[in-house]
Write a protein that binds this ligand. Structure first.
Ligand code: URP
Ligand code: ZN
Ligand code: ZN
Length: 463
């Protein structure tokens, strides 16, 4: 199968040029000002004139299979990968989150088994380190050998996924020794537990109290804590879902001292604010995630930090739970915000929302097209060992391409999303551009908001 995309403007993180792009099989094999379809004998020719051609985007932080807070995240690879590609994301990096009593090797096999034969896009994993002892270490070494070259640690969720400081130190030392990146959820778990207990004892039980139970200083303390471990071990780090000014300001002095730490933010923090969790009739539960969605002033700071390069990537932290039957685990009359499963479904909307809010011709003009490509894919490809196979349109790269329709206008609605949740946190948001066509390794997987690909064709990317 071959595909010729004609007349588009290719936009990479560091270049922009008008070109025809020819894909043979799974790979980009020719890029030229003009390619004659007859000469290359293209099976399909796409007219991309007047359109941008981006490298397929990468979401470096999703949850698909996730046993969590007494329930399971709602999506499967079937639903999540369809949602991803329709929205322009062609590679997913999922968090493997074993319980403390689970063996890492079994967890890796379990998570990989949930994706194999079902995913429409390529995927890989961050390996959760939720316990550290000799047996776990041997298995982690083997998992890294098998191409899973990043860890995930939780400083939050004490007693469930969270690690002790001894374990954190050992995980960072191992990562340094193996040359792998430690990704981290940074919140001080003891402070969260204490503040939750205090608020509940005062009768403050609704979803709007989730944010005050994990205020910005709690996140900043977690960031400082993690960065200290990175500094003392020399390990490379990546702080997931940074939500606020305090957290970023906690990391910057470490970066200035040469500590190798990147910051990620996620699309809910860039588009929603804490007033959503105050919605009546328990609707606020739809917006409960951790760290929490912050006051609008933090959102403005995040956009500035992205533009300034302090924040490197925009992920989703896609963690889908239904409103009815899952989010309502914390509903009155029992009423307890700590029982609301944390997470917001968003894998489908990351790129279109980012485009709508960030690019110069469309929305507020926060940053240019190169930065858009960088934060939505290229940086993650580089950080997590996927570049230049992913994250760039160039000869020899995987033919993961997004032809962009910037004339599209339409609302987001749960009525037609591919994610498997009964609500959409961005319901009614107007999108000003979306993928007209998406390819994964040369196969057309989405056109104009519809999935057209093949489930099971997605591959585990060994890094
Ligand atoms: O609220 C969140 N973020 N849920 C998913 C688990 C995590 O902490 O990433
Ligand atoms: Zn997290
Ligand atoms: Zn997460």
């Amino acid at each position: 199968m071959s595909l010729l995309i004609r007349g588009g403007t290719v936009v990479n993180a560091d270049s922009m040029f008008r070109a025809d792009v020819f894909c043979e099989g799974e790979t980009v094999t020719r890029i030229a000002t003009s390619i004659d379809p007859g000469e290359v004998n293209a099976d399909r020719v796409i007219d991309a004139s007047g359109r941008y051609v981006f490298p397929g985007f990468i979401d470096p932080h999703v949850h698909i299979y996730l046993p969590f807070m007494g329930t399971y995240a709602k999506d499967t690879y079937e639903t999540a990968s369809k949602a991803a590609v329709v929205g322009g994301t062609t590679t997913l990096i999922e968090m493997i989150c074993p319980g403390r009593d689970d063996e890492p090797a079994e967890a890796f096999a379990l998570w990989a088994g949930k994706a194999e034969g079902l995913s429409a896009c390529d995927y890989t994993f961050h390996m959760g380190v939720t316990r550290y002892d000799d047996a776990a270490e041997q298995q982690l070494r083997q998992i890294v050998k098998e191409g899973i070259t990043s860890f995930k640690v939780f400083l939050a969720y004490k007693g469930a996924l969270g690690v002790t400081d001894d374990e954190l130190y050992a995980a960072c030392r191992l990562a340094k020794g193996l040359g792998v990146v430690v990704t981290a959820h940074c919140e001080n778990a003891d402070l969260v537990a204490a503040l939750q207990a205090k608020l509940l004892s005062e009768g403050k039980t609704g979803p709007e109290w989730h944010e005050p139970s994990r205020p910005p200083r709690v996140e900043a303390e977690g960031v400082h804590h993690f960065c200290t471990f990175l500094e003392l071990t020399g390990a490379s780090g990546y702080i997931v879902h940074t939500s606020c000014r305090d957290a970023i300001e906690a990391a910057l002095p470490f970066r200035a001292r040469g500590v190798d730490v990147d910051l990620e933010t996620v699309i809910p923090y860039l588009t929603l604010d804490s007033s959503y969790a105050e919605r009546l009739d328990f609707e606020g539960a739809k917006y409960v995630m951790s760290p929490p969605i912050r006051a609008a002033e933090h959102q403005r700071y995040l956009w500035d930090a992205l533009r300034a390069g302090h924040v490197a990537t925009v992920a989703t932290d896609h963690a889908p739970f239904d409103f009815v039957g899952q989010k309502d685990m914390g509903k009155p009359p029992a009423g307890d915000f700590t029982k609301i499963p944390n997470g917001i479904p968003s894998v489908e909307h990351r790129v279109t929302l980012l485009w709508t809010k960030a690019t110069p011709a469309h929305g507020s003009g926060v940053f240019d097209l190169h930065r858009f490509v960088e934060v939505a894919g290229t940086h993650a490809a580089k950080r997590f060992g996927l570049f230049p196979r992913k994250g760039v349109v160039q000869l020899g790269a995987d033919a993961d391409l997004v032809v962009w329709d910037d004339t599209y206008r339409g609302p987001i609605t749960a009525a037609d999303h591919y994610m498997d949740t009964d609500y959409d946190g961005f319901e009614g948001f107007e999108i000003t551009g979306r993928p007209a066509l998406v390819t994964v390794r040369g196969e057309v997987v989405a056109e104009d908001g519809k999935f057209t690909g093949t489930l099971g064709r997605g591959r585990l990317l060994k890094r």
